[in-house]
Design a protein. Sequence first.
Length: 382
Amino acid sequence: MTAGWDDARAAARSVAQRLPSEQVPLPAAVGRTLADPVIARCDLPGFDTSAMDGWAVAGPGPWQIVAEILAGGAPGRTLNAGEAAAIATGAAVPRGADEVIRSEDGTVAADVLEARRVEPGHHIRPRGEECRIGEELAVAGSVVTPAVAGLLAAAGTDDVAVVREPRIHLLLLGDELLDHGIPAVGQVRDSLGPQLPGWLVRLGGSVSGITRVADTVPALVAALTQVTDADVIVTTGGTAAGPVDCLHPALAQVGASLVVDSVAVRPGHPMLLALWQDTPVLGLPGNPQSAVVALVTLGAPLLRALLGRPESGFPEVILDTGLSAPARENRLVLGTVADGRFTAASHLGSAMLRGLAAAQGFAVLPHGGAAAGTAVRWLPLP
């Protein structure tokens, strides 16, 4: 039975459990998903720090300059009232200092500093201003960005636990497909083989193998049974009921159970999701735009569940023109967004690639479509 678009996404998420975790050095964690929360191992900053090049001063001026403190060194003495220390940005503020005066705001003659005071604590970053030891800095299920890696490093982290990347094996079907050169009459260049690994990596997966398969049930059964190390099997083409569409009979022959068998969405409705020996098998239609719709519909929530990432909601965009959809199906329309307004791409046929190449994501139209000025859900491309 055909599933509704939202129900199909929920079903895809429900069949997967989070994969095991592994410990990796922090630089290698960028782009990976945290398996556990990460807490600060120290205060940040770990000591009162100068925010400027200048002088740390104690009490009212003028001040006798009695020391110099550079970043990386510890202050050698406590400042008494009327004393100052030349100080570099990032250096530890000495005990007794109550302000840092910027180098451009003071003058020095014979080691005596003259300047106007501003207020106590000025240009001093107090210990723990950004975080305290034991404070949670990143939550489980979040993706480590370069900025997050920098924050965790500053707070004392060396290694983190991340979820193992889902291993994905691609089975590319289609006797008509050519993988190089100019196709002859009756042939077409394979456009899914070159693009799917990139989409899957962006979704957090790792492509562990790619196999080209002839359009026969025995060939597909053999290919399925030879995949032994994948967390997910992704197939292309053969999902409908045409004369060489062999995915359904091949899945039946190996004893797989269908979880989603077509989705009420255009393009891409003949997508499917099955379970074979507890391994999800994601069947993408052969037309390239339909395949990507199937990937963001079923593949994205499936991989998020395997990675332990929470399901995110949909932002909304405003349609700049009215767009149609079937009466009982959602429609995903490729396009771009600027200032919150959605403009549909050209070349939107399910077999076309130009619209996909120029788009940022999909407007998710409700059944029957929506008029200009209507707010609809926005699904960005990975």
